[in-house]
Design a protein around this ligand. Sequence first.
Ligand SMILES: Cc1cc2nc3c(=O)[nH]c(=O)nc-3n(C[C@H](O)[C@H](O)[C@H](O)COP(=O)(O)O)c2cc1C
Length: 396
Amino acid sequence: MSVSYEVPAPELPAPAFPGHAAFRLARAATCAPSIHNTQPWLFVDAGGDRGFEVHADAARRLPLTDPAGREMVISCGAALFNARVAVRHLGFRPVVTPLPDPARPPFLARVRFGTHLPESREAMLMERAVTHRHTHRGPFGPEPVPWSLIEELRAHARAEGALLHTVDNPEKLRMLAQSVRAAESAHRADPGHVSEVSGWSGHARRSWLERVPHEAYRLNPDRLLLAGRDYAGLATECDGPSRRWTVRTGTVVVLSTPHDTRLDWLRAGQALQRVLLYAAVHGVVAAFHTQPLELPDSRAELRAGLTGERHPQLVLRLGHSARVRTSPRRPPAAVLHCGRPDRRSPARARWAPDRPGTGLGDCIEEVPGEELPAEEVSPAGPRDSRRGVTGGAEDG
Ligand SMILES: Cc1cc2nc3c(=O)[nH]c(=O)nc-3n(C[C@H](O)[C@H](O)[C@H](O)COP(=O)(O)O)c2cc1C
């Protein structure tokens, strides 16, 4: 897929006096997971009822790992979901317009406050999980994830337009493990890739607030059935073949979407975060193994072998762990901008995928009113002002 990128001078208005509510949304959004903790987002408090905008910061895209910006948009989708949770926590129904301006690809979503809606208990628990959810990178404890919880996680993914496939067939699990290992080996053998990954890890020369900290990856990544990212060259430092923790892999799942457009990536990110938060509420943490999805051939293989022609977006392990290591974030003030829409440009870098206008017509998402977090998703931007999908009116 050919993609063109331009990175002109920064044009966003400088961070300035955002509203209190926008600040709360930005604080929640920044807690989202992101590929290598790149935090590739910018938020705009448009003021009044114009809402809170989520933009991809394409200057933070990983050119070798993520040339199309797929993982960047997934990360922003996760941040968008956290913003939705924050709106629910403030007592309102979130109204989301995905991809509101086809002429500005990095402008990913607008979130507005809908009608008053008291926070449900489930929404409250998920809101609390926003700050204590973190990525796990080792083996899990012996306690299995209950099947009933997996079913609930599948329902949460479905509510966001994605599917969660469990990989429990030994043959398929072996195929996935081989694919992750082969992709990780290919990444390690590519000096450009190694340098890109280490540029975002503990030893990088960037601020400690925007990297994967050293403490988060202290185990030999090759001891897992699904190989981990070798953020610090630990695999090469360890002599000889390592004993594998094959029995402590946890439940392996793959999240997929029907298509592979920007809208699908945005949905995948929201589904991811909804699954992660709900899992966290139930004491379950996730490990990511997305390496094979970064190589077109291995992604195509996984698509054919695991997701029935749907597009695989994330590979996760789910399980219990007594200890999860945290990663820092840039403060909300560093990523939240204020401005009138006519005075700003959407993001610091222009990002132009080769598929213009990813079908605003197909962006309706079924979000049942009573399911968490209840919200309305506006199906279109400027040309279609209908609101919501479950009966339409904001006050319905
Ligand atoms: C799209 C995406 C892909 C990711 N892929 C990996 C991965 O392959 N290996 C890994 O260890 N972490 C992966 N992560 C997790 C990030 O490294 C993690 O979210 C980030 O370092 C912030 O840490 P936290 O999730 O603990 O807050 C991924 C996250 C996202 C959103």
